[in-house]
Design a protein around this ligand. Structure first.
Ligand SMILES: Nc1ncnc2c1ncn2[C@@H]1O[C@H](COP(=O)(O)OP(=O)(O)O)[C@@H](O)[C@H]1O
Ligand SMILES: [Mg+2]
Length: 505
């Protein structure tokens, strides 16, 4: 056997180390011919718009129970493009193994958009022509282990339902352990004409017009950013994009929203939507969260998640144990969000344990509460929110005994979410009764029926138990979001079958 002809690696390397290394290098280079960021961005330029003809265009109407005039001060993000130039400058002519561009693949991706006429197809197209290349750029700069992922919001348990979310694989202090760091609202250009429009001007000019589409869409995105404690968001119709960032400084301790200049789909190199998206993605890896200081003279630790009620917030019952809370404007309350109890997959509702305290006092001296947060952009959630308040009002004599006390309610300070603050009544039952509690639950339900209300969601998880000493009535019935007081529905049949349902648990 002739050792020179052997193909075994060991044989080659032992015979001729130089030949071996050069061969390895050339084969690796062949497998992944990288390119410079500059040529990658050039290759990924989008020259033509793919929209379908107007008669086929569909769009969902934006109807919601939200008052968009709650939007904070809105102004231009100065130096946005200068920041991009500065950030990508050093990388532009550097070659990255991770940047691979296949002309045929790219042509197909572009063509897959031809004739686009509805939102979901726009989304698919954006995945191919923006999100995929963006992931390549992030991985070039931050390494593959950064694990960036564009996904639908339901994959990232946060409250609200933005169209797309960018997360990184590393763990972060996000709500519910999820790590959404960038929220993206995609509108179709025919639903929201953004191209060539100065939205900062449009919003300041028609600031009080609740139908102003620019105000509405910016406010919606702002709501998703603020309730999830995020610093950046993107509003895009694909052909035209704006990056938004929350800023908070001495002049605006409660926050202000800034808007980048327009980024046009046909923009090239460092003016393209791809580079804007990649830039923000790289930023948020460092500073994606924003735990806004809500009081000028207080700085919260990084991971504290605090919300407060907006203009319409009201306290409806005294909060036992909370010092100095009588006669307060409900806006003086602060709620620190602690453990999550329940989030919905659509992000439209969110229940969490928390602590309520008065501004400028120590959160650790606050009172434990349960906080329900509803996304008012979602008509179902908005309906449940108002229904729940009506039911608590109607059943007010039962509060604190058969049902929880309702301490306060209102929208959050950004105006996009309904907040209900309840007495914390302990843990819900887990498929079995504690001794004597079935009878107590029956008494509670009878009392609810006596006041003309049908609960309509009798389950173990809607019955809480708190073994606290001196607690006269350890059982509470919760979850009044589906309850009704419509006399046509609260019939004798209906109430007795609800009692039967309870007896069968
Ligand atoms: N006041 C409360 N005290 C303790 N736990 C509560 C309270 N309110 C709700 N919970 C818990 O949160 C869960 C969801 O709340 P619920 O009001 O039933 O909302 P949903 O309408 O989503 O079912 C309940 O199953 C219960 O475990
Ligand atoms: Mg429930």
């Amino acid at each position: 056997m002739n050792p020179v002809k052997s193909t075994s690696l060991k044989a080659i390397s032992s015979r001729s180390p130089i030949a071996f290394t050069s061969r390895m290098i050339s084969s690796r280079a062949h497998a992944s011919e990288g390119m410079t960021l500059r040529s990658f961005l050039q290759k990924c330029t989008i020259k033509r718009l793919p929209w379908g003809s107007p008669e086929f265009r569909s769009a969902q109407r934006l109807t919601s129970a939200v008052n968009p005039t709650y939007l904070p001060e809105f102004r231009v993000w100065p130096d946005f493009f200068a920041e991009i130039d500065k950030f990508f400058g050093p990388y532009l002519d550097k070659k990255f193994d991770t940047l691979i561009h296949n002309d045929l693949h790219w042509q197909r991706a572009l063509e897959s958009g031809v004739g686009l006429a509805d939102e979901s197809r726009v989304r698919d197209w954006v995945m191919r022509v923006l999100e995929e290349p963006c992931v390549q750029i992030i991985e070039s700069i931050h390494g593959r282990r950064s694990n960036p992922l564009f996904r639908s919001c339901s994959a990232a348990v946060n409250i609200g339902s933005p169209d797309r979310v960018l997360t990184f694989g590393e763990r972060g202090p996000g709500i519910a352990g999820a790590s959404s760091r960038l929220v993206i609202e995609q509108e179709t250009p025919w639903a929201l004409p953004l191209r060539g429009v100065d939205i900062v001007q449009q919003i300041s000019k028609y600031r009080e017009d609740t139908r102003n589409p620019y105000l509405k869409s910016v406010h919606r995105l702002y709501g998703y950013m603020s309730i999830n404690f995020l610093k950046y968001g993107i509003l895009t119709t694909v052909e035209s994009t704006r990056v938004l960032r929350r800023v908070c400084d001495d002049h605006y301790p409660e926050g202000i929203l800034e808007c980048s200049p327009e980024i046009d789909i046909n923009g090239e190199l460092l003016r393209s939507p791809l580079s804007a998206l990649a830039y923000v993605a790289c930023l948020i890896r460092k500073e994606g969260y924003m735990h806004m200081s809500m009081d000028p003279d207080r700085t919260w630790p990084e991971s504290t998640r605090i919300i407060r009620l907006g203009k319409d917030g009201q306290q409806v019952a005294p909060i036992p144990g909370l010092v100095g809370n009588e006669g307060l404007d409900a806006r003086e309350f602060r709620m620190r969000l602690d453990d999550v109890i329940k989030g919905s997959s659509s992000g439209s509702k969110y229940v969490t344990r928390g602590t309520i305290f008065v501004t400028k006092t120590d959160p650790n001296n606050g009172v434990p509460v349960v906080i329900k947060i509803y996304d008012l952009q979602n008509p179902n959630a908005a309906h449940q929110y108002s229904r729940e308040i009506i039911m608590y009002d109607r059943l007010s004599p039962l509060q604190g005994s058969y049902i929880p006390s309702l301490y306060a309610h209102g929208t959050d300070s950004g105006g996009g979410f309904g907040i209900i603050v309840l007495e914390d009544c302990g843990e819900s039952l887990q498929d079995e009764w504690y001794p004597d509690t079935r009878e107590l639950a029956r008494t509670a339900l009878l009392n609810i029926h006596d006041r003309g209300v049908l609960h309509r969601d009798i389950e173990f998880r809607n019955i809480t138990y708190s073994p606290k000493d001196n607690c006269l009535f350890p059982i509470r019935i919760v979850g009044l979001g589906s309850a009704t007081s419509n006399p046509n529905l609260v019939t004798e049949d209906a109430t007795s079958s609800e009692l039967v349902k309870l007896a069968k648990l």
